[in-house]
Write a protein that binds this ligand. Structure first.
Ligand SMILES: Nc1ncnc2c1ncn2[C@@H]1O[C@H](COP(=O)(O)OP(=O)(O)OP(=O)(O)O)[C@@H](O)[C@H]1O
Ligand SMILES: Nc1ncnc2c1ncn2[C@@H]1O[C@H](COP(=O)(O)OP(=O)(O)OP(=O)(O)O)[C@@H](O)[C@H]1O
Ligand SMILES: [Mg+2]
Ligand SMILES: [Mg+2]
Lengths: 225, 225
């Protein structure tokens, strides 16, 4: 369902070049649960942004459902981003002056619905935040913002979940509840890719990709799963 | 050095009241290394903001170095915040359009220095980011932003370090390096309070305070340290 060939991405800052992605090729099947690990700065977020159709590589190809993403028309790309992919951002990216309920409702409004308060409320309940529906992002704790971001990614019932460090601000118990939620959804067919620094999380994924300096250096199966 | 008595803090959102801090009393001696743990939403950041003189409690008292913080004059409070306390924010709070070098230099400029590029560079080197000096925050990975925030907290050589989840976005190895840095500084006398969800981090602190629902329910010593 996700296939990349020789993805390359460089950034230039002043006269130094950062080789964020170096010839990255991977294939992910529908229904897989994959962890992406690696040191800070190894290119994980850059890779996720390309897979999530939020950024373009400098070279190399990315096929989603057999279609070359770089050849997709603008409105088809928007459709993919809104309906097929749920994205949990590493820095949450919530909209400041609206409530968490409204933040979670937004992706459904983008699909054309006029109102989706009930669905948004259910998504927030799934991450234990029904009691924080009316709070704006600056009225939430760090871990609560992270969970609103997770609820927002799931509310459209996407077919692919891309979660960039979804438990970094959560205590062990709450993080476990989130991981259990992801596992249940994966069993029902949600293709799941989780960037994580937490060995507890990567050990729960069937497959683990390890990155260093913009390259995938390891692709292993967790035998226990 | 830090002494709070019956700190209380409530937030009102609509017609619901959140009891973020409930009668919190604690005493921390100079040179201690203390971890603060607890579930998401238990009041840790709220407590740190009061200790860091960034917020006021609704009731209760807070003495820093024997002085009642609520009675301090504005300029004395500013002095304390700029010179005595280093704060690593849970959401980093870097200034967007300036480089990481300039971000780290800023606290020293606030103390009256005209320029502090050398000190800022050294602080960035301590967290492994000399190669990212010229990057602006949006040109950094999540873990790099977190480390710039740590460098900024340490550049003024504070006497108290308040770190709110300083390793949440770091891989195990980089997080270990940061913890080792904190440990070295603590041995030289830096009073250190670390909010953390990571048992690896709290196990490295001599003392662990555990919070639930705005209260401190546990105050234990780590025997191995
Ligand atoms: N817009 C940009 N301009 C310049 N350099 C960038 C930019 N975005 C990212 N980088 C650099 O590219 C490298 C990879 O960044 P990326 O965000 O993908 O890392 P990461 O693996 O997600 O790290 P972390 O675990 O810290 O979140 C980093 O070293 C970063 O400094
Ligand atoms: N400005 C605010 N208005 C209303 N409620 C708030 C506000 N700030 C925090 N809260 C609430 O107070 C509670 C405690 O927040 P706090 O940020 O101290 O938690 P925390 O222990 O740091 O959590 P985390 O581990 O998720 O960062 C949370 O439930 C949060 O929703
Ligand atoms: Mg990242
Ligand atoms: Mg917090």
């Amino acid at each position: 369902i996700i296939e990349t060939v020789n993805l390359d991405k460089k950034y230039t800052v002043g006269d130094s070049v950062v080789h964020a992605l170096d010839s990255v090729s991977l294939g992910i099947e529908e229904g897989e649960m994959v962890a992406v690990t690696g040191p800070s700065g190894s290119g994980k977020t850059t890779l996720m942004n390309i897979i999530g159709c939020l950024a373009q590589p400098d070279s190399g190809s990315y096929k989603l459902n057999g279609q070359d993403v770089s050849r997709m028309a603008k409105d088809q790309l928007a459709e993919v981003r809104n309906r097929q992919i749920g994205f949990v951002f590493q820095s949450f990216s919530l909209i400041p002056r609206i409530s968490s309920l409204e933040n979670v409702e937004l992706p459904l409004l983008y699909t054309g619905k006029l109102s989706a308060k009930a669905e948004a409320r259910e998504a927030l309940a799934q991450v234990g935040l029904e009691g924080r529906m009316n709070h704006e992002p600056n009225q939430l704790s760090g871990g609560e913002r992270q969970r609103v971001s997770i609820a927002r990614a799931l509310v459209t019932h996407p077919s692919i979940l891309l979660a960039d460090e979804p438990t970094g601000n959560l205590d062990t118990k709450t993080g476990e509840e989130v991981l259990e939620l992801f596992t249940q959804l994966n069993r029902k067919g949600l293709t799941t890719i989780i960037v994580t620094h937490d060995p507890e999380v990567s050990s729960r994924c069937k497959r683990v990709l390890r990155m260093i300096d913009g390259r995938i250096i390891d692709d292993t199966l967790n035998s226990s799963n």
